[in-house]
Every structure is written in structure tokens, then in C-alpha cells.
Write a protein that binds this ligand. Structure first.
Ligand SMILES: O=C(CO)[C@@H](O)[C@H](O)COP(=O)(O)O
Ligand SMILES: [Fe+2]
Length: 223
């Protein structure tokens, strides 16, 4: 069975004054990507747990929380308890990645590990057995609308090989600069879940943009 590509629009590119409407506009998405930034781990500040809970209450699709924060061990389980489907922490910010994965899972969510573009996959292979998703960042975390860094596809290919060989069980997710020009190379490299912010919310019809991206990725996987 060929992989079925999934799309997670990033709420970072939505109109923050109309969050309920903006979640409704992407009802055909697989996950809704929720970028938490703390102005310490990254040079930007977005939203946190209270806003996540408000969005969770109205979102027609499960939340995929991407925590770009220091001290993720302190906060990640609370996002899981609040009902997120997936909670991703950054490898660069974790002191105890296995512990945080265990706590996220115990609180009922999938556990994700994110890698900045310059962070080698090999440095974290040993802990990935405890995670459900691997988020490969294809831009420097902090802002939407940046250009795709194709070098990170080497990490995607390695992760795909390990998953296909049965050595790891992971959803391979990519985040940053995904659009009609870049999604095919990411799909061919082995991505399962594509985060797309500006490409979805910048479109006149976000649901149509989701369908088009999904079909483009599916066609690339079929070859
Ligand atoms: O985590 C981040 C940025 O740090 C992303 O989730 C962006 O929100 C993706 O936006 P686009 O690059 O697709 O516009
Ligand atoms: Fe993100």
C-alpha cells in the first residue's frame, strides 16, 4: 500500500483575531499544527496553553502541538492532557527526551521529537524508539513564510529507511517552506505528514489548497 500523505496547516499563518473561523476553514486537514514559541528557545512569541485549550475546543481536526520552548519537560504533558493528538518537543531543548516522551504518552498523546535543520538525526537515533513522530524542520524555527532548506531531506530519507525496515515506528513529519514547489521532493524523500502554513492560509480557499497539496504529494509517492 503506498503511503497516504497527510496535511497539517499551521495556525501560525492564520488570522489570530479570528482563530475559531480559521480552524473551521481547514476542516479537511489531517492535523492542525499549533506552533508554541516562548521568545527564549526561538526569537518569537506566539501562544500557549490557554489559547491551545480554546482552539482545541472548537477545532474540527486534532491538534499537533509543536513546542518551540525551553524546559519542554515542564509544559509538554499539559498539552497532552488538554487533548492534543501529538505533542512535539525539540531535541535541542530537552534534558530528558525519553522522560518527556513517556509523560506525553501517559497523558494520552503521541510524542514527537523535532530537529532543527542543523541537528543531526544520528545524535538522537537512540531515543527515537520512544517517540511516535519525528518532526524534521526544513526552516530555522521561529517564523512562517521562510524558504525550504532541501538539505534536511537527507534526514527524511534516513528516517524513512529505518521505518520501512521496521527498526523504528514513526510518523515522519516535515515543517517549513512546504508549498506546491517543494512538496514533491519531500514526498519522494519519505515524508508522511506535511506542515504547511503560508501555502494553506495564504490561499483563497485553504481547503482546496490542502486537497491540491495532498494530491501532489500522493502523485509524487506513486511516481
Ligand atoms: O514551526 C514553524 C516555524 O517555526 C512552522 O510550523 C511554520 O509555521 C511553517 O510555516 P510555513 O513555512 O509553511 O509558512
Ligand atoms: Fe511548526
Amino acid at each position: 500500500m503506498p503511503r497516504e500523505p497527510k496535511i497539517a496547516p499551521s495556525l501560525l499563518s492564520a488570522d489570530f483575531a479570528r482563530l475559531a473561523d480559521e480552524t473551521a476553514r481547514v476542516a479537511s486537514a489531517d492535523w492542525l499544527h499549533f506552533d508554541v514559541m516562548d521568545a527564549h528557545f526561538v526569537p518569537n512569541l506566539t501562544f500557549g496553553l490557554p489559547v491551545m485549550k480554546a482552539v482545541q475546543a472548537v477545532s474540527p481536526v486534532p491538534l499537533d502541538c509543536h513546542l518551540m520552548i525551553e524546559d519542554p519537560e515542564r509544559w509538554a504533558p499539559e498539552y497532552a492532557e488538554a487533548g492534543a493528538r501529538n505533542v512535539t518537543v525539540h531535541a535541542e531543548a530537552c534534558t530528558d527526551p525519553r522522560g518527556v516522551a513517556r509523560d506525553i504518552r501517559a497523558a494520552g498523546a503521541l510524542a514527537g521529537l523535532a530537529l532543527k535543520p542543523g541537528t543531526p538525526l544520528e545524535d538522537h537515533l537512540d531515543v527515537l524508539v520512544d517517540f511516535d513522530t519525528l518532526l524534521v524542520m526544513s526552516v530555522e524555527p521561529g517564523f512562517g513564510g521562510q524558504s525550504f532548506i532541501s538539505d534536511v531531506l537527507t534526514k527524511v530519507r534516513t528516517a524513512r529507511r529505518l521505518v520501512d525496515a521496521g527498526d523504528l515506528t514513526l510518523i515522519v513529519e516535515i515543517d517549513g517552506g512546504i508549498n506546491a514547489d517543494t512538496i514533491e521532493q519531500a514526498a519522494e524523500a519519505g515524508v508522511d505528514m506535511f506542515v504547511a502554513g503560508s501555502a494553506v492560509y495564504g490561499a483563497d480557499d485553504p481547503d482546496k489548497a490542502i486537497a491540491a497539496l495532498r494530491e501532489q504529494a500522493a502523485a509524487a509517492i506513486r511516481g
